[in-house]
Design a protein around this ligand. Structure first.
Ligand code: ADP
Ligand code: ZN
Length: 721
């Protein structure tokens, strides 16, 4: 090969040709450095026939600079990157980006220097240094990372290094991970579990594409079953990827993994520090990382010997990425398994309708676990009609739920109250003039957080202290909180049950692995009587003493009005209900609602999952919604409102006229201002017969937009805001 076509990591140029200098060996997938103008650019050598670009004449080719010392990206991974770019209408280099580690990881192993407290305790310290000393207990990281942890400047920390307060530690980037042991603690499986596990094990041995939907009720031991498949992959020297929907679940998973395999797995998520990230990436590429547990971004990594993919809680909405490359990790996991020729297990107690449909069509093989492990019964579910049994004025918990809470406390059992709303109150207004606190960057109300005494935007992170007076009419002490968040429910419980020990569980309170670990330990040791939490507590946890679950507002999720609202409500309530009665004592679930007649609520009460899915399928079929028809969103945004509107109108004006495609909009998006950008939206609804992606590519490809305009395509959107 004396010329090479590169997929380059440049926002404007995506494809460039180069000359391969004598003595340099490249092949498709090689990761290289190339000159671009006066600078260098990173690129991946690609098959020219799969990467169209302008042929550069021989004489004008510039030579490649260097092949980086890592193995080339494999053909299956390159096919996955192509598939994603094509399917999600995304730039190929943006997809490929997700496969690569940092420049340092690509550069090779070696060592790096991290710092930690030396143990020296001087008598006098500047306040900044004292604060840093407090914050850095138990931490070891680069100066930059430590500065972030301690909220001080790099300079302060460098000063502390000179003063001997921080000491350098040399870290070997490629130090090996401890080996997982497939036979460390093999469980005794029930008959059902054994059958499921055997099927998975056989699929791992066959090393062929085989998609499974593991559909098991909460507490049936899905994890135990797929652990057996993982064990077999390990015995065969293959790598396993486990995708979890959110880092909050990792802690729990880690403990179980360690109990089963004798050592923790390799983690991959966005809050890894740089040296851990490098180490993990390099172990993944070399094949040394045996089991990688991660958020959706772990999906694109260049595994050397992949043997199995598991997607746990596969129905979770957070597998869908909503910006950048808008992909659904659950679906891409199946595609990757297909290219890699390995089995993939989607595990859930409440599968997405799309997944059930694919199982019904015979595309996925469905494996059922119909009963809880160890004879535990599924909880009894009943409806609490708030129109008939309303809470007292200014309260949110109905008397019957309050009575049940008191009863559990008296019996020494645990309760869980679920409300999917962080903070104290979703809206704050002035009693005097009606002023409402709104985010300056988003069309959204600010949410009061009493624990941190702040008003916060849940979309952009904007925060401001709660003022003493109304910013509009300057009346003092006149702000009222409207509606409940978990913090407000916690206050109510504290009033009703003053002696109860409470835990508020949200991403605000449990924002580190340590805090999650501490919460789980406290709950297990019965140091908590009532847990009040958001969707963070709906899944994964196994607290045997938890016997009552109260759903504070089952109607909340139905308000959003997007196409999966009913399904999501069903899943959330069924999952949180699944936390009750997992031990020996039976569980009970009370669902507060104003709409007991709604199909989803009735199905939950009757425990009739099939009826719910049948009704939901009917509704989606009528609406031409997935999986029967297809939706795509085109989101146009700009910091300048007129510019966004004009661009949206231009797109609308160029709309194709096709019999199997319907186009709605442009209209201002429900969140018409987000992070300082004005947003317009078009929705495309297509029959399955339509070539949706081609239509959108041709339509948008013919248009030119001003610099400040961003046009994003969301194939099969989950968020309709
Ligand atoms: P799911 O993921 O289906 O909700 P889990 O895998 O969390 O269920 O299992 C529920 C509980 O039962 C866990 O504490 C698990 O350790 C336990 N369990 C399940 N199967 C077995 C088994 N075969 N032997 C011992 N414990 C089991
Ligand atoms: Zn905001």
């Amino acid at each position: 090969m004396n010329r090479a076509r590169l997929l380059v990591f440049n926002p404007v140029l995506h494809v460039l040709d180069y000359r391969v200098p004598q003595g340099m060996a490249v092949e498709p997938g090689s990761i290289v450095l190339a000159p671009l103008g006066p600078r260098q650019v990173l690129g991946i050598v690609w098959e020219p026939d799969r990467l169209p670009g302008d042929e550069v004449p021989e004489g004008k080719l510039r030579p490649l600079l260097e092949v980086l010392p890592v193995p080339p990206l494999s053909a299956p991974l390159r096919r996955l990157i192509e598939w994603c770019a094509d399917y999600y209408v995304a730039p190929m280099n943006a997809v490929a980006r997700m496969a690569l580690g940092s420049m340092a990881a690509l550069r090779g192993g070696g060592t790096t220097t991290e710092y930690r407290l030396s143990g020296l305790e001087p008598k006098r310290l500047t306040p900044q240094r004292a604060a840093a000393m407090d914050a850095l207990h138990g931490e070891q990281a680069s100066i930059r990372e430590l500065a972030e942890i301690a909220s001080v400047s790099d300079g302060v920390l460098r000063g502390m290094v000179s003063a001997g307060l921080l000491e350098p530690v040399t870290v070997d980037l490629d130090r090996p991970y401890p080996r997982a042991r497939p036979d460390f603690a093999v469980p005794d499986l029930s008959e059902d579990q054994r059958a499921a596990a055997d099927t998975f094990v056989a699929a791992v041995e066959a090393h062929e594409f085989a998609p499974f939907l593991l559909d098991g009720v909460t507490g049936s031991g899905k994890t135990e079953c797929y652990f057996e498949a993982m064990a077999q992959a390990l015995r065969l020297g293959r790598q396993v990827l486990v995708l979890l929907p959110e880092i909050a679940l990792t802690q729990n998973f880690l403990r179980r993994f360690e109990a089963r395999f004798g050592t923790p797995p390799v983690l991959w998520h966005s809050s890894l520090k740089a040296s851990e990230r490098r180490r993990a990436w390099r172990a993944i590429v070399s094949g040394e990382a045996q089991v990688v547990v991660g958020a959706r971004s772990a999906l694109f990594l260049p595994y050397a010997r992949l043997g199995l993919i598991v997607v746990d809680e596969a129905h979770e909405v957070s597998f869908k990425q909503d910006d950048g490359v808008r992909y659904n990790a659950r679906d891409v996991a199946v595609i990757r398994a297909r290219f890699e020729k390995v089995p993939v297990i989607l595990a859930s107690a409440t599968p997405a309708l799309e997944s059930l449909q694919l199982a019904e069509a015979g595309v996925y093989r469905k494996i059922d676990l119909a009963a809880r492990y160890g004879g535990a019964e599924l909880p009894a579910v009943s409806i609490l009609d708030l129109t008939k049994e309303p809470p007292e004025r200014g309260r949110w918990l109905s008397p019957r739920l309050v009575a049940e809470l008191k009863d559990r406390l008296a019996r020494g059992e645990q309760s869980l109250l679920f409300l999917n709303r962080r903070g104290y109150a979703p809206l704050t207004l002035c009693r005097h003039c009606g002023y409402r606190f709104q985010c300056p960057n988003c069309s959204a109300w600010l949410v009061e957080h009493r624990l941190s005494r702040r008003l916060a935007c849940h979309h952009c992170g904007h925060e401001t202290p709660v003022p003493d007076e109304c910013p509009e009419c300057h009346t003092g002490d006149c702000l009222v909180a409207c509606g409940p968040g978990v913090e407000r429910i916690a206050d109510e419980v504290a009033e009703i049950l003053p002696e109860a020990r409470l835990a508020v569980v949200t991403s605000d309170t449990l924002n580190s692995p340590e805090k999650i670990g501490a919460f789980v330990a406290a709950a297990e040791q019965k140091l908590i009587d009532v847990i009040i939490g958001t969707q963070l507590v709906t899944k994964g946890y196994h607290f045997p003493e938890l016997t009552l679950v109260g759903v504070v507002d089952a109607d909340l999720g139905l308000e959003g009005g997007d196409l999966r609202a009913a399904e999501r409500t069903y899943q959330q309530v069924a999952q949180v209900a699944g936390r009750a009665g997992r031990g020996e004592k039976p569980g009970e679930v009370l669902i507060q609602t104003r709409h007991p007649e709604a199909a989803v609520i009735a199905a939950l009460a009757a425990g009739d999952r099939d009826a719910f899915y049948a009704a939901e399928a009917e509704a989606r079929r009528d609406a031409g919604a997935p999986p029967f028809g297809r939706w795509a969103a085109i989101i146009v945004s700009s910091e300048d409102e007129a510019e966004a509107r004009d661009a949206a109108r231009m797109i609308g004006g160029a709309r194709p006229d096709l019999p199997d495609v319907m186009i709605l909009g442009p209209a201002p998006a429900p969140l018409s201002l987000l992070r300082g950008r004005y947003r317009y939206r078009l929705l495309v609804n297509a029959r399955r017969s339509a070539k949706l992606q081609d239509v959108i590519r041709e339509w948008l490809g013919a248009l030119q937009f001003p610099q400040g305009v961003r046009v994003g395509v969301d194939i099969d959107p989950y968020s309709f805001v």
